[in-house]
Design a protein around this ligand. Structure first.
Ligand code: 5U1
Length: 697
């Protein structure tokens, strides 16, 4: 028996004919779910369910390789590495589009006037009907379907001959590999492959973390991905697609569709399963085109993708035919641009900013430049390695990019613009805000300030973390109040929380007497805490709840932890060199130690003692899900008890869940447990399992 047959036998014992039917059904289901997820943005099943069905299909296909078809969802990444990209002659040339860069009104008016003139329309004739669409900043693509199957994807190239990039385009989940019944036997869908801004940012962040080259903008990242020879690489670069037109298609005389308007054509493309922009709009005459340009321009920053303009097209296809072409550009369409999102300017200095989490970011101070619709004077350089990689120095002329609401960034240096010798930028060794030591962890690109509790830049974040439910659990001390307290200089460091009185609280805007008293009561209550909560609340890098618990269990007292060397810290369960270094460095900073001492002096206390004996690990290897409100235990207390007994507490129910502990008003998790036959316990059942006598409120 082969491996694949082994795999298969685990799935089903059905006959090959039944498997073939099942394979077809699973593919249809996966196609539908992928369309809902990637095209409609409306997922109808959890990812885990998609993965389960995908694996089921994979197993069935492994058992019946002869039934694998190129349009199966399992075949998006084929794994083959191409030798080069083959040329493809387009059946219908891929046209480019004439660009108007004029101001809003004149660009649209000039186009409308030209169309009217060429159509021989007079002043008394009604306005021309147009379709207005966003112009995506990506890469034009032609997708050829034969008998409903994707057979070829080609770039525009010179308009006549492009490159075959089918292997990469197949990895784009928004692009259907097969189309519904009834599509024309020959169909070429044309549109733009692009990268969403969030996907671009995440990709660059990953590149940065790995120390790899970052991409200049989403268009370049998309273009690079599309032209990869290895589709495995393209699959890791998240691409998207919008359709905006057709190329070759079965003629109406041979049973193909007979569209009357461009709008109708777009609706049909959409119903075949392709993403079409939501902002497509029918506009009457120049006035409505101008309004569209302004409206889309105003929301440009909020769009999840880059657009560099809008496109106006005459809606009636018979009028398009009348207008015809001029060289490679249609006379019936025009692109009307927006201000550029990338501009060149001079770096006048490099400052260092400290973020809320202590990260140091070098920021280029720039000669003011109008980019992406605003005047920019600062742009992020991300970190020292980015500066080195891009070779940015003070005095250089650089390209600045500002797209959407994201922080403007320096994406590259214009060669040959450096005047004379300028020193390389160096990161400061002390935090420019608080003077604490600056460190960079091994393998990390970012430098950080170590004065977490003391540094003014990190104050708000440190207080919020300290007050969080899983840390000191100070009810009522949220985002807004912390902002007010820090901005009004009531609080500078954590101990100030316990020093402030009613007067300073009620002096804050919109702070009622009762709320102020509640906050003070919550602060007072928080003074009685546990060592793990306090340790976690300090916000030491890499010290999450679990590590805080391990440290408390191992050392027993805070002083023992504060005085521990790296070697001693390494002896703690799950503490590796990076975490040990971070803890040691944190307590090495006199500022941080001082804050801890002051907190103790303010009355923050916890039971200390010898390293605690480990509770019996009666739930080792078990996964438990908590749902609903338990009669006596808080969610955190229940979690603590379960974890102390060795259980893993998870957020969702699966077949692997050992128990669900359900309280009042338990919802879908309880239903799911019952559906899967997972044992359900109440609080008493859980305590019995732990061998605990009970819990008080
Ligand atoms: N939305 C859209 N973008 N775009 C680009 N439509 C559109 N049409 C194009 C191009 C190059 O060309 C046709 C007018 C041929």
């Amino acid at each position: 028996m082969t491996d694949s047959a082994d795999l298969f036998s685990a799935v089903t014992h059905a006959s090959p004919a039944q498997d073939a039917i099942k394979i077809k059904a699973l593919r249809a289901q996966l196609h539908r779910w992928a369309h809902e997820y990637y095209v409609k943005d409306a997922p109808s099943v959890p990812d885990a369910e998609y993965d389960r069905v995908f694996r089921e299909l994979q197993a069935l296909e492994a058992a019946h390789p002869d039934l694998i078809t190129s349009d199966s969802p399992t075949q998006r990444v084929l794994g083959a590495v191409m030798q080069g990209l083959a040329p493809v002659r387009h059946a219908v040339p891929m046209l480019s589009i004439h660009t108007e860069t004029d101001t809003e009104a004149t660009g649209a008016q000039a186009f409308d006037a030209r169309v009217r003139r060429e159509l021989g329309l007079g002043e008394s004739d009604p306005p021309v009907e147009y379709v207005a669409e966003p112009k995506f900043d990506g890469l034009a693509m032609s997708l050829r379907y034969e008998n409903g199957r994707l057979v070829q994807a080609a770039t525009r190239g010179d308009g006549e001959v492009g490159e075959d990039v089918t292997h990469n385009i197949r990895t784009i989940r928004q692009i259907p590999l097969s189309l519904p019944e009834g599509v024309p036997p020959l169909l070429e869908v044309r549109g733009e492959v692009y990268m969403r801004r969030a996907d671009f940012d995440a990709l660059n962040e990953r590149q940065r973390e790995r120390g790899d080259k970052t991409f200049v903008n989403p268009r370049n990242a998309a273009a690079g991905a599309v032209r990869q020879l290895d589709s495995g690489i393209a699959a890791q670069r998240p691409l998207s697609f919008f359709a905006y037109g057709l190329g070759a298609i079965t003629p109406a005389a041979e049973g193909g569709p007979d569209f009357r308007t461009h709008y109708e054509l777009l609706q049909q493309i959409k119903s075949w399963g392709f993403p079409v922009a939501a902002h497509v709009h029918i506009a009457l005459g120049a006035t409505e085109l101008v309004a569209y340009h302004q409206q889309v321009g105003a929301s440009r920053d909020a769009l999840p993708y880059d657009i560099d303009g809008v496109v106006y097209k005459v809606n009636r296809l018979d009028l398009q035919r009348d207008l015809g072409f001029k060289t490679r550009e249609p006379r019936w369409a025009v692109a009307h641009k927006y201000p550029a999102q990338e501009m060149a300017t001079r770096v006048e200095g490099i400052d260092v900013q400290v973020g809320r989490t202590g990260k140091l970011t070098p920021v280029a101070r720039l000669a003011p430049v109008f980019v992406g619709g605003v005047t920019v004077t600062n742009a992020t350089l991300h970190n020292l390695f980015e500066i080195r990689k891009k070779g940015v120095r003070v005095g250089d002329t650089v390209i600045v990019r500002r797209a959407g609401d994201v922080i403007p960034e320096v994406v590259g240096v214009m060669p040959g613009h450096r005047s004379g010798y300028v020193k390389n930028f160096r990161m400061p060794s002390q935090c420019p805000v608080c003077g604490s030591a600056v460190v960079r962890e091994k393998g990390e690109a970012n430098h950080r300030c170590t004065g977490g509790l003391y540094c003014a830049a990190q104050r708000k974040e440190a207080i919020l973390h300290f007050a969080a439910r899983r840390a000191m659990d100070i009810e009522g001390l949220g985002d807004k109040l912390v902002d007010q307290l820090v901005d009004a200089s009531v609080i500078r460091t954590l101990p100030d929380l316990y020093r402030m009185g009613l007067t300073s609280l009620i002096a804050l805007e919109r702070m009622a007497d009762k709320s102020a008293q509640n906050v003070l009561a919550a602060l007072e209550k928080s003074k009685q805490t546990t060592l793990p909560r306090f340790l976690f609340g300090l916000g030491i890098r890499h010290v999450g709840e679990a590590t805080a618990k391990d440290l408390a269990r191992h050392f027993g007292t805070l002083d023992a932890i504060m005085d521990a060397g790296v070697e001693q810290l390494l002896a703690v369960n799950d503490v590796g060199p990076v975490v040990a270094q971070a803890i040691h460095r944190f307590f090495e900073q006199p500022h941080n130690r001082e804050v801890v001492e002051q907190l103790r002096a303010c009355g923050v206390t916890w039971p200390e003692g010898a390293p605690a004996a480990k509770a019996p690990q009666v739930l080792a290897g078990k996964t438990v899900v908590l749902t609903g409100t338990l009669p006596t235990l808080s969610r955190d207390a229940a979690r603590d008890l379960l974890e102390a007994a060795g259980a893993k507490v998870a957020g969702s129910v699966s077949k692997k869940t050992s128990y669900v502990v359900a309280g009042a008003d338990a919802g879908s998790k309880l239903a799911r447990a019952e559906e899967l036959g997972v044992p359900v316990l109440d609080e008493a059942g859980m305590l019995a399992l732990l061998g605990a006598p009970g819990a008080c409120a």
